[in-house]
Design a protein. Sequence first.
Length: 323
Amino acid sequence: MKYYLAPLEGITTYVFRNAVHEYFGEGIDKYFAPFIMPYEKHILTNKEENQLCPEHNVGINLIPQIMTSVPKEVIRIESALLEYGYEEYNLNLGCPSGTVVSKGRGAGFLADPEGVDRYLDYIFEHTKAKVSVKTRLGMYDSEEFAELLEIYNKYPLEELIIHPRVREQFYNGQPDMAMYEYATCNYNGSIIYNGDVRCAKDAQSIESRFGEGADLKEGQITTSGIMIGRGIVASPGLIRNITSKEKETCEEIWDFLEKLRIDYMAIMSGEMPVLHKMKEIWCYLGGSYGENFSKELKAIKKAKTLAQYTSAARMVVFGQNIS
Ligand SMILES: Cc1cc2nc3c(=O)[nH]c(=O)nc-3n(C[C@H](O)[C@H](O)[C@H](O)COP(=O)(O)O)c2cc1C
């Protein structure tokens, strides 16, 4: 089974990816970058160049992601990605955000299967790269996926990454595992599972049901990988833990967090944006520490300076309580 870091806009920045790679990179086969979108004036903005340039992603197998419903724009952005040396990129057909969906992009594009078909047709006629798709099951109802899958089957996608929810669910409710199973029985390429993997046990249950060695039906394909997003922010060593059973130590988590803080300090102006970034990480990481630390976690949330943040965060990571 391969393991991938999911793209999380605003969170899995190059700073985050480098920190994960340095402390917990073992077992991570691919890192997916958050989406980039086309602009009239430039192919890539300075901010996007900064995130994707090879100097900021040394030793990391990075897969950029593009989100647009205009296929010519995909090929225009592809030219810049090829110049950077990327041979593969991913198309976002899953973003549920209102502003994205209202423009017919991300998961909003799934409401127009014929449009998706024309889009992929154009891209596969013109691309010089390997192209994968990250998709939801549809806009409103999982049943929409049967038609979408027929379309995906027409093209030589590098991989089809499935987050088995519909747009209407955003990240709520349960992934539709029955429809995921349908996909594994009816897709003829390489398939990756994504959604709600939070611990080694979650990964093992996907692996035993859909991975190599699983009791599959005739014609059903093996899931070749698992992509994990929020689970890694909550537990940065999760993939290493899954693949080598080696759990994160307190020291490793602390060094990881300090690397994030120091590297963000080096590129952001002033401590407030850095404090904001660290608090965002703790929105997920805090969940790994339970009730015993509610006072300390509240102190992180309320911290007005990095010094206040650091002393509260240290207590949580090293298991000490505010007296
Ligand atoms: C804050 C946030 C930002 C996200 N940004 C992206 C993105 O840029 N591109 C994308 O394909 N998915 C994005 N996603 C979706 C995740 O990649 C992933 O599909 C989703 O979180 C489910 O997987 P998980 O349960 O392992 O987190 C985002 C999700 C969250 C919560």
